[in-house]
Design a protein around this ligand. Structure first.
Ligand code: GLC
Ligand code: CA
Length: 559
């Protein structure tokens, strides 16, 4: 008997998700801050691109210490972004265009202005005391242990009112919720159901690998109850609905990914894993010191994840987001080959197995912000790290260099819509400077040029809808040790898609493995179409293309 894993399909396998960072997307009222009516006004743009789902970074009421990742009311919209009515209008307009809306679920922590925390800190007897994580000072009066905040310094802050420390794995204005308290979990599930009832299409779950933490043992990620909580959440909220859920999990391994996204686990649809990002970081200084880009390493990580989730689980595919550098600045060549390299990166990513995520502006090749002074930055992480690193002796110039390469504001400058004032983002003064290159890099120019990066993305998105081999084909990597070429195939039944790409600014000539030789149809390319896969291949700078060929036998195996 032949054993074949049965493909269980889901609507979001074929979709391409677009991440909107509301603050920087489109400003409808001239206050310099993007907002919900602004997003609604750009739905036609997203539809033209082929987008079926958008993920909104937080839109909730918030003092904006961390641009909305510090929520003071989960069931209200931040006034600067609009009202609940604006949100309902966005949902309705999106639905008319077959676009679903995914919200950011930030439930590892709240804002210190959330009423739960206000009551929790008021007294040790408060019924909300146990909603957060409080500990007595250590014997010397210092913090209970050495846990540190991702934004620098201790993860503990002493609260004068009760003389105890509370935990915050991010800023001190982002106290961590106590997930061990069933009332906390119940309140969160209720809130999630309230949004699901409104008609949203799912959740992106912020640092969700933290919720099982065991602080007294200094365990932050992958705590013992993490998967039990996610299973419970699934059952109590979205499990009965056909929605997409994606967890942000910096700690994920292929093993834990199968727990999060395994088809019979009843947890999440998929996760964002960051191994391809962190393997580029410095062992000591993390992302604040740059290291040369190593394609062989990147390929090994991408392949490892493709193989690990080949039969179960599902990959979320992305190069960038609001916390990461711009894809083309990080992995491409902004100076020499901005268009070719941006298209190459998109081709490689969107033809892998998984659901691709596009970060706003990536589709027009937006680049890192070239700031020169610390005063131009707005991000709490960058500003905190600036203080700490300068205290530790780093020169201001070196810090700015690191921040320009890997800081979070790089990707948070306003969306570049036109070549007009402020890139058409606002009629007022933008909350953060617009990248000066908007005169040439903008959506209006991109849409009217048939050879633009934008049209390349549009094509990739439509190919996913037309070719099941892109969605379900078996992945196989080739030329793993080649320092410049990334090559893989996707095979489904009698079809094989071969993807070849050059990650360098030189023409690279190499031999193709014998089994890949074929003539087929070029589905996409960033120079002119190539349809013959020959023994000796030459790829021009940042060239990438995909050839679809018929192969003998099912799954490409000789029968
Ligand atoms: C996630 C978000 C990031 C935020 C942090 C704390 O990593 O993507 O922007 O600062 O969580 O909520
Ligand atoms: Ca506004």
């Amino acid at each position: 008997m032949e054993l074949r894993s049965t493909i269980r399909t889901a609507w979001w396998h074929k979709a391409t998700v677009y991440q909107v960072y509301p603050r920087s997307f489109a400003d409808s009222n001239g206050d310099g801050v993007g907002d919900l009516p602004g997003i609604t006004s750009k739905l036609e743009y997203l539809k033209a691109l082929g987008i079926e789902l958008i993920w909104l970074s937080p839109i909730y009421a918030s003092p904006m210490d961390d641009n909305g990742y510090d929520i003071s009311d989960y069931q209200a919209v931040a006034p600067e972004f609009g009202t609940l009515a604006d949100f309902d209008e966005l949902l309705a307009q999106a639905r008319l265009r077959n676009i679903g809306v995914i919200l950011d679920l930030v439930v590892n922590h709240t804002s210190d202005e959330h009423p739960w925390f206000v009551q929790s800190r008021a007294s040790k007897q408060s019924p909300f005391r146990d909603y957060y994580i409080w500990r007595k000072p250590a014997d010397d009066g210092g913090p209970p242990n050495n846990l540190t905040s991702s934004f620098g310094g201790s993860a503990w802050t002493l609260d004068e009112t009760t003389g105890e420390y509370y935990l915050h794995l991010f800023s001190r204005r982002q106290p961590d919720l106590n997930w061990e308290n069933p009332n906390v979990r119940g309140a969160i599930y209720q809130m999630m159901n309230w949004w699901l009832e409104r008609g949203i299409a799912g959740f992106r779950m912020d640092v969700i690998d933290y919720i099982g933490k065991q602080v007294d043992q200094a365990i932050v990620t992958d705590g013992p109850h993490l998967h039990a909580y996610l299973h419970e959440m699934n059952r109590a909220t979205f499990g009965s609905r056909d929605v997409l859920t994606v967890g942000e999990t910096w700690s994920a391994t292929p093993g834990s990914a199968l727990l999060y996204s395994g088809r019979d686990r009843e947890e999440l649809s998929m996760i964002f894993q960051f191994e391809h990002v962190t393997q580029q970081w410095d062992e000591i200084y993390g992302k604040w010191r740059s290291r040369p880009f190593d394609l062989i390493k990147l390929k090994s990580v991408l392949s490892k994840w493709q193989y690990a989730l080949a039969d179960d689980g599902w990959n979320a595919l992305f190069w960038g987001n609001h916390d990461l550098p711009r894809a083309v600045s990080k992995y491409g060549d902004v100076k020499g080959y901005p268009v070719e390299s941006a298209k190459m990166l998109a081709t490689v990513l969107h033809l892998l197995k998984g659901t691709p995520f596009i970060y706003q502006g990536e589709e027009i090749g937006m680049t890192n912000a070239p700031f020169t002074k610390i005063e131009q930055y707005r991000d709490i992480e960058t500003l905190n790290m600036h203080r700490l690193h300068l205290e530790a002796g780093l020169s201001p110039e070196d810090f700015i260099k690191g921040a320009n390469e890997n800081g979070r504001d790089n990707a948070r400058t306003p969306m570049q819509w036109t070549s007009g004032a402020n890139a058409g983002f606002t009629t007022g003064i933008p909350w953060i400077e617009v990248n000066k290159n908007y005169a040439t890099i903008n959506a209006e120019a991109a849409m009217s040029d048939e050879h633009s990066i934008w049209n390349h993305y549009r094509k990739l998105i439509s190919l996913r809808k037309a070719y099941p081999v892109i969605i379900y084909g078996r992945f196989q990597s080739y030329l793993d040790q080649h320092p410049d070429v990334l090559a893989y195939t996707r095979t489904l039944d009698t079809q094989r898609l071969t993807v070849l790409s050059n990650f360098s600014a030189r023409t690279i000539t190499f031999d193709l493995p014998h089994e890949l030789l074929a003539t087929g149809r070029c589905l996409i390319s960033n120079y002119d179409p190539v349809d013959a896969l020959k023994t000796t291949m030459s790829l021009r700078p940042y060239e990438a293309f995909a050839v679809l060929a018929e192969v003998a036998g099912r799954d490409g195996t000789k029968s």
